[in-house]
Design a protein. Sequence first.
Length: 555
Amino acid sequence: MLQSKKDVEEALQRQRREAEENDAKRRAAERGFPYLDLISAKAPTEIQAMSLVPENEAREALLAPLQISRKKLRIAVFDPELPKTKELLEKLKEAHEVSANVSSMTSLAHAWSYYRYVVPEKEITGKVDINEKTLNELREKIKSLENLNAELAGFSSPYLSQVLEIILSGAIALGASDIHLEPTEEHGTLRLRIDGLLHTAYDKFNLMMYRSIVTRIKLLSSLKLNVSNEPQDGRFTIGLSDRNIEIRTSIIPSDYGETVVLRLLDPRALKVNLEELGWRPDDLAIVYDEIKKPNGLILNTGPTGSGKTTTLYAFLRKVFKPEMKIITVEDPIEYHLPGISQTQVDAAAGYTFASGLRSILRQDPNVILVGEIRDKETADIALNASLTGHLVFSTLHTNDAVGAIPRLIDLGVPTNILGPSLSLIIAQRLVRVLCNACKTEVKPDEALKNKIQSFLNAVPKRVDRSPYADYKIYESRGCDQCGHIGYKGRTSIFELFSVDESVEGAIYKNPTEMELKKLAKDNGMVTMQEDGVLKVLRGTTSFSEVERLTGPIAW
């Protein structure tokens, strides 16, 4: 079978590469040095190490720095006996313990290609300084996703680091919580998560530019540049004059390249005042009563991204007094709160939620926050802490407030401890808020009016009905102020399940979830969906938004 010209060229290329690597192996054996193939072995190349030797000196000496760990420096050389190589090796040995490996010229050329990412030492700090003037200019330009798209489409600078600056500045200007960079077969795509939903901002990055952006992110996040077939996590900081914005980086391999998610933790986006979170007055009164108590366990439940941690931070801010000791154990610490001792889980060091909580109790705290109850050990310690004079806040992954009790029983928590320990269980979701500048009033038909009236008649008596007497219903439209999305910002919808004597008595009998739901309803609980409908009637959000998060409305 005749081979194509391309097949012949590829075969010859493989033979040349094999001969080149065999020659490198021979030189390594003759000189008594280890051999290293920087391409096939995917040996990590660190920018910090490469910055120790200028590129022109490295090329002249046929040498490439690879890794630095304290004083230990790993390098690759073509031939350690060459005069210029020996001279540079002796110079490096004055300050480092040098470990040399013999490599081929192809390997060295591969390593040298990373010099394009080497910048002055002061810039490789994990902190990105975005020029305030540039940021303000971009804020004026980027009022919508279309503006960001146009800014990226018109980018023509040779400095690819500026592309990332546009992306970060645009995400901050639009109030995005996450940046998603995803490769396809032909292009790279940028999506932003704004108010909980993903929106495509740009989908025409050529793959070379996309890979350069990913490499720049790796560099800033202190990740391995030449490792692309395994997940990596890191972080960096955008330094602004009035605040620092933490960026959490997650990179995973995919079919067409590496997928990147950047989580933006902007202190300005954190609503830490309890009253700003969207409570009805009757629910807020219950919360006030519970957090004033000196002991008890308050659980907040819901999926990831439902605002649980923000609510617990607001509790901490509300109860904080200089004479109190408040300690947290979190995974990770999302925002730093003044006056509060915050610790972070570190599995590698053996500092888990359970061990951290056990250590915290020896610090004589008044209030404890446990980021999440994941296992029986953590649950037991948290429950017992609430029984011994501590006010404990924590989260649990369940769909609703009532589901927390069966979940804890499934973890193996004894019912005789669970009942007396629990004070309050909260469930919450984040709904988007209608844009005040463009929301339009909708006149309900008679059928909907009747449903709303029946709903209001059935709402528990503790809810003040007067604000809903002259209700108005609105829908989203979209304008320049909200980036033509129709919503701007989010608020919470809640349900509160108070653990009183009747609930405590039921817990002893290991009740089913259906029995607990009936008991909660009999005790006057307002569900998340009902709270959402009440917010629709106040003009805060829309029926479609409530149904998106809680399912079809059960009129």
